[in-house]
Each structure stands twice: as structure tokens, then as C-alpha cells.
Design a protein around this ligand. Sequence first.
Ligand code: GLC
Ligand code: GLC
Length: 811
Amino acid sequence: MKYGYFDDRNREYVITNPRTPWPWINYLGNEDFFSLISNTAGGYSFYKDAKFRRLTRYRYNNVPMDCGGKYFYIKDNDTIWSPGWKPCKTELDQYECRHGMNYTILKGVKEEVTAEVLYFVPLKTWAEIQKLTLTNNSSHPKQLKLFSFVEWCLWNAASDMENFQRNFSTGEVEIEGSVIYHKTEYKERRDHYSYYSVNTPVQGFDTDRETFFGLYNGFEEPQVVSEGMPRFSEAHGWSPIASHYLEVELQPGESKDFIFVLGYVENHAEEKWESKNIINKDKAKETIARFDTSVKVDTALAELRQYWDNLLGVFTVDSGDDKLDRMVNIWNQYQCMITFCFSRSASYFESGIGRGMGFRDSNQDLIGFVHQIPERARERIIDIASTQFPDGGCYHQYQPLTKRGNNEVGGGFNDDPLWLILGTTCYIKETADFGILDELVPFDNNPAIARSLFHHLTVSFDHVVNNLGPHGLPLIGRADWNDCLNLNCFSNDPNESFQTTENKTEGSKAESVMIAGLFVVYGREYVALCRKIGKSQEADRAQTQIDLMVESIKNNGWDGEWFIRAYDFYGAKVGSKENEEAKIFIESQGWCTMAGIGQQEGQCIKALDSVKQLLDCEHGIVLNHPAFTKYYVEYGEISTYPAGYKENAGIFCHNNPWIVIGETEAGNGNRAWDYYRKICPSYLESISDLHKTEPYVYAQMIAGKDAFRPGEAKNSWLTGTASWNFYAVTQYILGIRPDYDGLIIDPCIPQDWKSFKVSRQFRGATYQVTVDNPHGRMKGVKKIVVDGKTVLSNLIPLFMDGKSHDVMVVL
Ligand code: GLC
Ligand code: GLC
């Protein structure tokens, strides 16, 4: 069953039934101030860091799911309802949720009143705007009572959930006119407060939660709303909230707008106060004034739309398949930007208090948005590289607010350094900004030991070379890309983290064939970069190491029908026909086929065929097969998951595009497309009841064939799946690939595709590419005509002339 539909023209997903199989959410804000918002107005806001600067409260894992948010209550005589259905859950005569590019519109209709709320964070603004429009569709006047509601979080989202002996005594607010200020801890070490305002005089307010709800009521039934009377409560400790009370009279046909601003302010120490204990409100008032009329709000929304028009204008496809077009042109790109902003911190599966920014994750995320906002990709690369150590190893994570490496997690994930080569080379291919290589970038955030970014790439490469195991393959360390393959952990203590514990390391023979493949792919990128900038000796040196690695993989990484996955602590094979369970893994097949290892010997094709035969299923490609059914202390977390979930034979969508790319390298467009489509959310819309998560964004995991409920997705939004699928479909299936000296055109498509068009802005020109496939081919460019002239290579030159150029391609 479907719960809505795509409105591609407006770039929206429109939900028409509020009872989705799981909350279907959206993200507001794209720089500093962020909110999550569900299709029933659930969610929360934070400034930059979802852990340390949480502005409004949200309870994860609540019953029912997703309660707490940015709520409005409308009391129309005895009927009390909410525009987003929740929290009241009064049946609406009509309901609609439009999730768009960084905005959401919730609309409810009840007893001839329409309430429509537009939620968004304007560009360069530390506030969420909520424009509520009430319309009387009836033929008689309406007297409505309107209550707004947000609940403040006491800033640190972790201590907010646990330190009640303190928290219940610290809460402080100020109320001035129609603005409620939340200033807990402002008088001591904090220089920030938040506020919630409305652009019209209020007839009342409440700021104390229990007074508003009544101690025995939930979100669906605040006592104050039932009684239709605010209590003008002032919070002192306990749980501060902000609720405005407005009496609204509407004539037949009349509409009124109310603009609410939920904002955040930072003040310098010397400007904190207006007078004793009275906070300086200037900045809040400035922001409120910027959005105090509907015209101003509509202008700000138009600017936001323009911003997205620009971002999404860089790459567009017209394939004739609207499911593909809407993913490539809208939702996949949007999700890439969201993962850029949030990394793995805040979603409906990530609580915002767990992980910081991942070294490997952020580098991989880059490849999905670098074409949209290269300046911010540049900054991100420098931030990430600054958390590297002089020997090329790196902190696995860093905190976005401080940009410092996270000591609790530390380093030792031996795939991490290589991803910096991916991120940096993708950035340079997009921009030609070779200057970034000369930037001085600290090690371990210490400017005293800064070296050029190029040097960081060298030590990234060498970190693998300097950490080889007995088979000449890279030592795995705590884990490689697969966080759960913990070959040195050996944990029997449930209180130990699999990722940060290494109970056995001395004499470890644990090696990773996946890192080996990764090293060949990004090692070659490193070599190409060296040649490009004239470092041919370094290129030769690196190439020798790559050749050795290729030999090691061929000799020690091949199992007969597929690539093995690893060697364990004792030097025994992992992911081999010799194993009882998990005989084959996806990661090494992906990386070794992308690297083209054993192409001549037929190993690539064999490995890909084994994937098809053993790992592929109706819902996608599972990570390993057969699933582990018991705990293997020598393998770690991977064997803790029930069969078919997560890293234990789940369809871990992040790695499926590696096989897609591997198939395109082998020229099999039919299979590449089949794999692409299987996990692509827009193709799964009609099985939403099974799939559960949003049909407009990728989920990290879909339960695999061994699972209790195959096909059920989890962990939507914040996943490397977004960038990898965008990268795979645009650069390898559609085959439009930036390179240092131009745009490579090398599609690999299903035989039955007749043609497609791509528009690509690249280095100051627009390439209007038309690909025709008259002979039913899958790969291989036969002819290219650029602006009427035949060109001999499939590398389309740079024009940099601000003009549009026609590129006609025949396969
Ligand atoms: C999660 C992590 C990522 C890891 C993957 C596989 O997505 O964020 O770093 O590579 O899981 O374990
Ligand atoms: C990865 C895995 C997850 C695991 C985490 C680290 O993100 O996907 O299952 O819990 O690593 O603990």
C-alpha cells in the first residue's frame, strides 16, 4: 500500500495518510540551526551539535513512537485537533504532509477550518519559522482557541535524559510580550538562550509543563487546552515549555496567518545582560523582526527554493523513467546533503547523543555532494584531515562542535586513511582546485605539526604499506569498513565495546582483503594524482606497492570462486568455502572487482557471478552468506546480530553500489541496473507496509533473506548508502564522470534502454549530453559528437566559457 505520492514538480513527497508504517521525517536547516520533523509534527531542534546544543526535547523509544514535537492545538468549541493529526489524533476531514527540500507543510481540515503550517529554517538564520494559516471555510463566523507548544531541552541532550536530581531545579524562563525565552544556565557558563515567539499579541501563555498538561495527561490532552484557558504559568525548575495562547476570530472565508519563530541566540560575555538577571534580547528581537510578516516569510521560503534550484541544477537526468529521475534529480541528492550536514548524528534511528562525525563516513559522504557545494567539501576535507596522526592513522570520529578527535573511540580502524584519498581526489576532479594539496593541515589538531594536505595523502597511502600482515595483505586493526568484523577483539564481556576493545593483538595475523582492494583502487588514484602534479618518482614508488598488493590478492585472497574476506587472528580464512558459515562476503567482491583484480584470469566475472548466485535476493544483496547462527568470539560483533540483520547477512545498502560499480566495470549493465533498482526507495513505494521507512530516502539496512521479515528496512536517512548510490548511478550507470581534464562519458546501461539525457554543469560550462543506444548495447561508446564535431575520445574537454554544449553519444 502507498501512503502518499511524489510531487516531482514541487520536489515534494506528499503523505496523505498520517498512519505511515513508521514516522516519515524531513530535515530543516542546512548550516547551523537544524530540526527534524515527522509527518505528524514530531521532532526537535538543535544548534550545530545534536548532543551538546539540543534546543527542544525529544524522547526516543517512547510509547507510542514519535511523541514530542512542534505542536499546535486548535479548540473549536468542543473539538480539539491538531493540523498534523498528532498529538490530538482527532480524525481529520483531510490531512496532508508535504515534505520538501528543507521545508515541511502540514495541513489539516476539521469542521470547515483549515490549518496549514509551514515549517522551515531560512538560509543563514538561527531559527525555525512556523507559519500557521487558519482559514474558515464555513458560512458562519468561527471563534477558535489556539495553543502552540514546544518543550525545552536543558541543552546537553545526554544529561537532560538522566540527571534529574539537578535538572528539576535549574530551569528558568523569561516572558516578555509574545516571546518566551528559555535561559536555563545562562547566568553561569552559557552564553546562549533560545526563544519562541509569535507575531501578534497573545491572550495568555504557559511555560511550566505540568501546569500545561496536568500531571496525569499526555501530549494528546493538555489540561489547559481542554479547559480552553491558559494559566500564565512561569517555570521555576521542573520542565520548562513554551506555549502561546491566542483567541482567533474568523469570518466566513477569512484566513489569518500567525508566524511563530523558534530561535537561538549567542551573546558575548559583556553583552549578556540587559539588567540584573534580565537577558539581552536584542538579537532575538532582530530575528523576530526579520520574519514578522507573511511577505517576509514567503520571500525567505522563495530564497530557500532558489538555493535548492541551484544545487539540484548541477546534475539532472531525463531518462523517461520517473522513478529514476526523481531519485537522481531530487531525493538522492537531497539525502546526500542531509548526510553531509548530520553525518550519523541525528535521525529517528540515531539519537543525536551517540556518534560524532566519522573519518571514513564523512569522506564517503563527500562524493555525493561535492558537485553541489564544493567550498563546504573543501572545508570538510581539511577538518577531517586535521584529525589524522603523523603516521597516517587517524581518529575514527570527531565532534562537530569542537572539530577534535574523539578520545573515547580513538583510532586503529585501518581502512580509515584511504578514504581521505577518495574524498580529496573527488574534490579536485570536480573543482581542479589543486591548491588544496598545498594547504597546511595539522596532525592531531596540533598546528605545530602541520604538513601539506598532499603529505596527509602520502601518509594515508603508507599507513597501509607500513601495516601489512603475513600474506602481504593489510592488517585490519579494530575493524575495516565493516565495523562489526572485529578480529582482534575476543570479547566475552557484554560491557565491552567491540570497536574499542582489542583483547588480543600481540602476534595478530588478522588481515583484510577488503582493505587490500580499497588500497588498489585508491592507491591508483593517488598515483594518478602524483602524475598529474608532476611527482613521477612518488608515483612510481606507489605503483610498485600497488603491484605487490595485486599479487598478494591474487595469491592469497582468492578462494576459487570468489575473493576471501580476511584472515583472522590465527591466520585462518574468513569468507571462504572452508568456513562453515559466512563462506562469502560482499565487501571484498566489491573492492576487488572495482579494482579489476584478476580480470584477465576471469576472477572478476567469477566473483560477480558468485555474488549473483549466493548473495543476491529479492530485496538486494546480502552482506554475507550463509548468515552466522552463533557467536564467534574470533569474529566479534558481526556474529552477535540475529541472522539477516545488519552486518550479519542483512542487505547493508551502503555496499550494494560497490557491486553495481563492479558490474559496470565488467560491462554488465543489465545486472548493475537490477541491483540498483532493488534497493532504490522510489521503486519500493508500493511495498511501504513491508519496507516501512520513507519511500523517498535510502535506508542503511534492509533485512536479508535469512531474516525473520526479509525486506523490512531500518535506519533511514543517515547512511553512506546515499552518496554511494548517487555516485554509482550517475558516474557508472549513466556514466558521466568528472576527471582532472574533462568529463568522461562511459555509460553502462541495461540493453533495453533506448536513450537518456543528462545535463551536467562542470567547471563553468553546461554539458547537455544525449546518449543513444540504437543497437541495444550495455557499454562501449561508439561515437561522440560535441557541438557538431566528432571527437575521438570519450573524455569531453573543458570549455569553461559559461555556455551550454551539446554532447551526442552513440553506444
Ligand atoms: C555504519 C558506520 C560505517 C560503517 C558501516 C558498516 O554505517 O557508520 O562507518 O562502515 O556501518 O559497519
Ligand atoms: C556500525 C554498525 C553498527 C554498530 C556500529 C558501532 O555502525 O552498523 O551495527 O553498532 O558500527 O558500534
